[in-house]
Design a protein around this ligand. Structure first.
Ligand code: AP5
Ligand code: MG
Length: 191
């Protein structure tokens, strides 16, 4: 089994690279951001609550996200080679909850890939995407807030995985193919 966490600041390329990794290694892609946006599009109760956080660039409460993840994992019966978690865990509390959950399933994280991208490039990518994405959080004010929240609440998750020897920083600058090449090298070394 190959269980991967892909993380990094907003706009670093988590979703783009996950799509390529899923195809090459036959994994299941779980993006908590995508799951929440589906709920928002369906205008479900959960979606309405989630939107009030996402559009402000704030994190959705841990308990809500952990609940979504538990439900997803319980209903997931496929024959993929493992899972790629994109945008989760985003707080130390989420990382701790994930560890408990994996232990119960007798699974573990193979590697955490942290995509490193300069702040100027992150902002450029998100503003370009914002012209067509329709995402309520792809505007300058909310991007700044997302970056702030990332530094305060999500970066500390890296230390959690450093202490478990699964943390791998990767240069996230360059073309999509160049970055995918770097990630593939790391994944291949873990198989
Ligand atoms: P989430 O959906 O996870 O968004 P994010 O972390 O802000 O990151 P993005 O999806 O914007 O960027 P990405 O890293 O996937 O980059 P992408 O590949 O798209 O979360 C959104 C919100 O949901 C959060 O703020 C929070 O409110 C909530 N949420 C989600 N998970 C949560 C959790 N676990 N706990 C609590 N709340 C949670 O690329 C970005 C753009 O750049 C694209 O247009 C792409 O085409 C382009 N691009 C990609 N690579 C390159 C490249 N190499 N060169 C040039 N352009 C590139
Ligand atoms: Mg994404």
């Amino acid at each position: 089994m190959l269980n991967i966490i892909i993380c990094g600041a907003p706009g670093c390329g988590k979703g783009t690279q996950s799509d390529l990794i899923v195809k090459k290694y036959s994994l299941t892609h779980l993006s908590t951001g995508d799951l929440l946006r589906k709920e928002i599009a369906m205008k479900s109760d959960l979606g309405i609550i989630a939107d009030s956080y996402i559009s402000k660039g704030e994190l959705v409460p841990d308990a809500m996200i952990i609940d979504i993840l538990l439900k997803y994992v319980e209903n997931q019966h496929d024959d993929s080679n493992g899972i790629i978690l994109d945008g989760f865990p985003r707080t130390v509390a989420q990382a701790e909850a994930l560890e408990v959950m994996l232990k119960q399933l007798d699974k573990e994280i193979s590697v955490l890939v942290d995509l490193k991208v300069t702040e100027d490039e992150l902002i450029d990518r998100l503003l370009i995407r914002g012209k067509t994405s329709g995402r309520s959080d792809d505007n300058m004010e909310t991007i700044k807030k997302r970056l702030d929240v990332y530094h305060k609440l999500t970066e500390p998750v890296n230390d959690f995985y450093k202490s478990r020897n699964s943390y791998t920083p990767i240069d996230g600058m360059g073309t999509i193919d160049e970055i995918f090449g770097r990630i593939s090298e790391v994944i291949d070394s873990k198989r």
